[in-house]
Design a protein around this ligand. Sequence first.
Ligand SMILES: Cc1ncc(COP(=O)(O)O)c(C=O)c1O
Length: 251
Amino acid sequence: MKDIHRTQGTLTSFHLEDFFDRYEHEEGLINLASSDALPWNGATLRAAGVELPDICTLGFGYPDVKDKLLPLLATFCNLPSGFGLLPTSGAAEAIALVMQHGAVTQSKESIWGLPTPSYGAFAGLARAHGLPVKTYAYQPNSGWKPDLNQIFDLSKECSVLVVVNPHNPTGHTIDDRSMRELASNMHFRGSLLVVDEVFRERGETSSAVGLGENVIVLGSLSKTYGLPGLRLGWIAAQEKRLSGLRTVQQY
Ligand SMILES: Cc1ncc(COP(=O)(O)O)c(C=O)c1O
């Protein structure tokens, strides 16, 4: 895996975590690199006299993301071939990774286009990382609708454009045709389209997953599915885009 560079610093590959990603759940191996005691599971705890509800069948080790979670999520997200998923701790971590990765890889002058009003993590993390931001507005005097012309104009200026679709807090959506056009215009210019779909209801609005190799989709089970405590989110993107994000996550 390549190290991630920016003039102000370098995020080198986290070789130990790469090793764990590859071997941690492989059967029959004794993990000499492990730094913890063998994880507990429900059966051992019950045998030790701990009362647990029947529902508690999960273990307490690291989850087997590669072989168990990823195939299920890929089906759930209808992932096209060539695209992959990076599970995250809610969409909040997905946003943090995308912005931190951008802060390390993009030039200092790269503009981020963000919606306003919006979920505060985008603007807050952009501020924290010193990323230059321009905003497009959901307008109160037009029933809080987005101005598509403004979005398209801004997309010509920015290196990364964030779209929250459906949008929080207005609930407005951007139609499929505009999303496709936005993705392809931005691809042509070599810029990224980040689409936060945490409020997407399957069957109601289409997903931007697979719209282009420059499209990064963020999702989670927190909002539409009412499962915020699971802290299960993801980033769906072309495989080659995920590797840098994975390195940031390993730190
Ligand atoms: C637009 C948007 N994206 C992401 C998140 C974070 O969601 P999660 O609970 O999955 O971390 C929120 C939470 O309110 C949100 O409104």
